[in-house]
Design a protein around this ligand. Sequence first.
Ligand SMILES: NC(=O)c1ccc[n+]([C@@H]2O[C@H](COP(=O)([O-])OP(=O)(O)OC[C@H]3O[C@@H](n4cnc5c(N)ncnc54)[C@H](OP(=O)(O)O)[C@@H]3O)[C@@H](O)[C@H]2O)c1
Length: 328
Amino acid sequence: MAAPVLRLGLIGHGTVGQSFAHHLADATIRIERRTGVRVQLSRIAVRRPDRVRLVHPRVRVCDDPLDLALDPALDLVVEASGAREASDWLLAALNRGATIVTANKQAVANSYALLQALADRHPGCLAEGAVAAAIPIVRTLRDSLQGEDIRAIRGILNGTSTFVLSAVERGASWDTAVADAVAAGLAEPNSTADFDGSDAAAKLAILATIAWRTPIHRDRVRVRGLDARAETTAQSAFASGRRLRVVADAWTHGGGHLLVEPRVLEADDPLLHVSGATNAIELDAALAGQLRWFGPGAGGAHTASALLADVAHAAAERSRRARTQVAA
Ligand SMILES: NC(=O)c1ccc[n+]([C@@H]2O[C@H](COP(=O)([O-])OP(=O)(O)OC[C@H]3O[C@@H](n4cnc5c(N)ncnc54)[C@H](OP(=O)(O)O)[C@@H]3O)[C@@H](O)[C@H]2O)c1
């Protein structure tokens, strides 16, 4: 019998989308071997469809993401565009019954409906790539820690600002460090979001939403970004064995609090050694105690890893449903 097919549409074919499409070819073989479901990339939406792109001749390239989201032939919509309108496309796909997978933290953290879907553990709303790229924190919070009382979340969630601060504390100029981050494909499509704290704030809102099972909009996060003093503060902190980092913090006691701000970490802080594009997340759970994750928090391949994890999850779900139908 032919393997069931999961037809996939991809919105965005830039740093993340291209890497995802490239690695999907290999992952498809692994996923089919493990789940019996064949994932097939059928359609891509971008801003400039006429640009030369390395895609399989079978894949249709268009410039209409909403049309792709509404395409009844697609079971799965993967979104890696960073576009403002992306939450509308994602909701359109989710509401017609497709599974959505997104790397776009702003689209999620600025939409009550998508946050509600994450808070409710909607099986068709997957967003591993939206927070801390390769660190599997979204599913860990959603599933592995679902019996826990999460009391606090602390993290270094923006790889670009850490990359720049790490270079600057060692003597690089701010402008050179930013140019290097952009050249490495680490910066956001709009890199101001990396430095004004809004990228980290969106990720914190998503983590808090999943941890506390209630939609927490990005606007509820108090934010202070890096300013003109950051370069000298980073250098003087480093000279005294400490480090300036943009820290995201959320906790429940005292009525709750969500905050992103530059902070000098002391020499004994467990997050002190986070540098380059590494992200770090620390949870305080009532029973498990302090848990920490460190890993690549930006970059095409690292984010593609998270998107592929969600696609593999969707394939496993499809396989489970197919087996249940046969059994019934
Ligand atoms: N870069 C990272 O390290 C990273 C890490 C984690 C998460 N993310 C998230 O992943 C998403 C994509 O980031 P990226 O770095 O890959 O961005 P990017 O390199 O700028 O690529 C954006 C892609 O989306 C397409 N696009 C943008 N606006 C569109 C619109 N209105 N309609 C149709 N297509 C549109 C672009 O089309 P064209 O090719 O025609 O320009 C391009 O293919 C963002 O949400 C970002 O926050 C990025």
